[in-house]
Design a protein around this ligand. Structure first.
Ligand SMILES: Nc1ncnc2c1ncn2[C@@H]1O[C@H](COP(=O)(O)OP(=O)(O)OP(=O)(O)O)[C@@H](O)[C@H]1O
Ligand SMILES: [Mg+2]
Length: 221
């Protein structure tokens, strides 16, 4: 319990942020009323809009609901999840997929119900891994053992990875950073996701000024 609150406070200076993350987790639960959402990818328009921060905190507070959660770093261009949780990235997702190894060897248990798999080594051609059957099979296996698998991904306007990943994940959360994200580019990004029938279950409005109340808003389409 302590660990996840620390994570939130470090990044957002306050309990208010924790409450906003809890609301996001609750809204995910509502979106998942029929129980068909296991894998949830986060993306955004461009770099630095708060994807990794948001998904880490949402995954953390989700464990308060007695859910078993896995956080997967699938940003194979600029992975940072290991830094967020202070973990070694010596062995991660890419190693596990290439060695066809047991995923359990690659789990970091940062909290009893919060497991993390870091990115692993960065391949020269990430698209090969992103398009592989191996990753889809791994996600299927993980879905049996976890209530939620949260997937950190790169931004849509930089690489096509998140578009591809969205085609085999159950849901997508889109992050928009206040006074940072370009409206037209954000629209283009959402269109690109919708074109492949991504199931966008919500948008996180991030970095909003505290004066307006909560730092985070979560909206349904
Ligand atoms: N709600 C917030 N309020 C203030 N700063 C924030 C907030 N969320 C994230 N940040 C800061 O913004 C920066 C980028 O955050 P983060 O790494 O989560 O973004 P990202 O979208 O994952 O970036 P990248 O595309 O590079 O992976 C970090 O310095 C982070 O601490
Ligand atoms: Mg990131």
């Amino acid at each position: 319990m302590k660990k996840m609150i620390n994570l939130i406070e470090t990044d957002n200076k306050g309990i208010q942020a924790a409450e906003s993350y809890r609301k996001i987790a609750s809204n995910i639960e509502v979106a998942n009323i029929d129980g068909n959402i296991k894998t949830i990818m986060i993306t955004s328009t461009l770099a630095g809009e708060g994807k990794t921060t948001s998904i880490s905190n949402v995954a953390s507070v989700m464990t308060e609901k007695d859910k078993k959660v896995l956080l997967l770093d699938f940003d194979l261009r600029k992975p940072t999840l290991h830094k967020k949780f202070n973990l070694s990235n010596q062995m991660g997702l890419t190693d596990l997929l290439l060695k066809k190894d047991d995923y359990k060897k690659y789990i970091h248990s940062v909290y009893p119900n919060l497991h993390v798999i870091t990115s692993g080594f960065l391949p020269a051609n990430p698209s090969k891994i992103i398009n592989s059957i191996a990753i889809k099979e791994l996600l299927k296996k993980l879905s049996i053992n976890y209530d939620y698998i949260f997937i950190d991904a790169p931004p849509v306007m930089i690489v096509s990875d998140p578009i591809t990943i969205s085609t085999y994940t159950d849901a997508v959360i889109f992050t928009i950073a206040y006074a940072q994200t370009d409206k037209d580019l954000a629209k283009k990004s959402v269109e690109a996701l919708k074109n492949v029938n991504a199931n966008i279950i919500g948008v996180i409005f991030n970095k909003t000024p505290p004066i307006k109340g909560n730092k985070y808003y979560y909206k349904y389409y």
